[in-house]
Design a protein around this ligand. Sequence first.
Ligand SMILES: C[S@@+](CC[C@H](N)C(=O)[O-])C[C@H]1O[C@@H](n2cnc3c(N)ncnc32)[C@H](O)[C@@H]1O
Length: 532
Amino acid sequence: MRTAMTSIISKNQIKPDLYSHSSGNNNYQNLIEFANNQSKLYCEVNPVSNRKLKGQIFTPPKIASFMAGLFTSQNKKISILDPGAGTGILVAALCDRFIQENRRNLDISIHVYENDKNVLPFLQSTLDACKNSLNEIGCSMEYQIFDNDFILHHAEVERSDGLTVYSLDLSTRYDLIISNPPYYKLNKSSPEALALQRYVYGQPNIYAFFMLLSGMLLSEKGEMVFITPRSFCSGLYYSKIRRWFVNTLTLDRLHLFETRKDIFVDDKILQENLIFHATSVQPKSNGKTLISVSYDRQFTQYQELTVPSSDVAYCRGDDCYIRIPISESDLKIIEIVDSWPQSLNVLGFEISTGPVVDFRAMKHLRATLENSNCVPLFWMHNIKGTDVEWSIGKNGKATAIEINPESKNLVVPTRNYVVLKRFTSKEQKKRVHAAVLNAEDFSKFEFIGLENHLNYIHKNRSLMTLDEAYGISALLNTTIIDQYFRALNGNTQVNATDIRSLSLPDYDKIIAIGKLARKKHLDPKFDCDEAI
Ligand SMILES: C[S@@+](CC[C@H](N)C(=O)[O-])C[C@H]1O[C@@H](n2cnc3c(N)ncnc32)[C@H](O)[C@@H]1O
């Protein structure tokens, strides 16, 4: 049911602060500080464990102020939305900016959504403080608090012939949307996921739905500023949302927190975060994006770089990515990789994930090759340098898998493969770690097992030659590809999809690299970059 409210009766033990700007008794320097104090009061009675379940992490003042500073609109009449408002610090930061800039005679309408009843009195105090302060400089301000679910509020439900059909109500549009959305996973069959079904791939996360729906609710030339995890920029899960985003909005501004540990330090939650500003305008082919980086929430070591927007929001066929180059050299690398004309699929290769999931295949796993039905099993720890070494053991893990009618689909034919670690640790020098599995080394086995933390590249219709395998592996191990992946995603996971849509040089070049890599491969000083 849709409800909007402008007054709330607090059931909380701790009462929100009252803000009086004109009385001279004002204890707060500004509205942001006031809202931040509301967050502190609220957090005193709501432990982080409770808040985490609701995706409730409040934005620190410096970040709120930075985000509010990214809007460019100079309109007099402004409609504003914060779709998961908490104690209202983001709206407070925006109102504070209008006051600091002495923007008189503004006509402001604010809608906020917050589905946690406990936080509503604090939110209302902040909004009252905003209203009072804006009125004092001659601006009119009205606000409405919607105490319900932001996504479901916009989902129209129709039932016909026993079927539930959802459509979206996008009738109310906003000029400025500011948000630090909640972060939690949703079930694929949840009403939120059904309402946005066209954009769901795999298990959805509420934050991406907040972004998507907000983008849809922008008025013409409307602007949105969000702080989100970086995960939506790459990978399969967010691919449909990303495609909509990249094709519909112009991403003019990105801020990346390079060392993210510090951002939400009070709540001890580690996130890889970025802030973006997007405008509801079709992206131009010659547009520019300003990217900034800082190393903590105090914005120390702040650096900026202006880059072609086409290097950031990038589509190859249906796959769209948001890449974040943070230096001239990242930019150069993106341009080199983009100039390569091929891809794995075009060259006739495919990448798959190792089919042996250890806990599911437990009853088929063996410590040794104990009978003639057993074949070698390879894990991430079997990748050593640019080779695959079966003899390396780790923590008593199984070294073999027994083939039987139940497990026969878990093994793959013994062929040349390029094997890649799906996960690398933060400490590891490179994001992508590839090695060659040489079929000759295991020729007495018809099949082998590849554990699920490995991806492997193989040929669709024929056998991969060693020149091909060494060429692809050497290329993937270069600093160029490493730096490219760092600009592509902020995590240490290397997805098969990302490798699949990576641009590659022409086949002849891959073979030339492969021949060189094979010649040098027993040389301990061999360096893939030099080979390239
Ligand atoms: C990450 S917090 C951010 C709060 C505030 N905007 C800030 O920046 O400090 C997200 C807020 O959204 C609220 N929330 C979670 N799910 C929601 C939903 N489906 N609809 C509306 N609000 C929601 C949470 O209770 C929480 O207060």
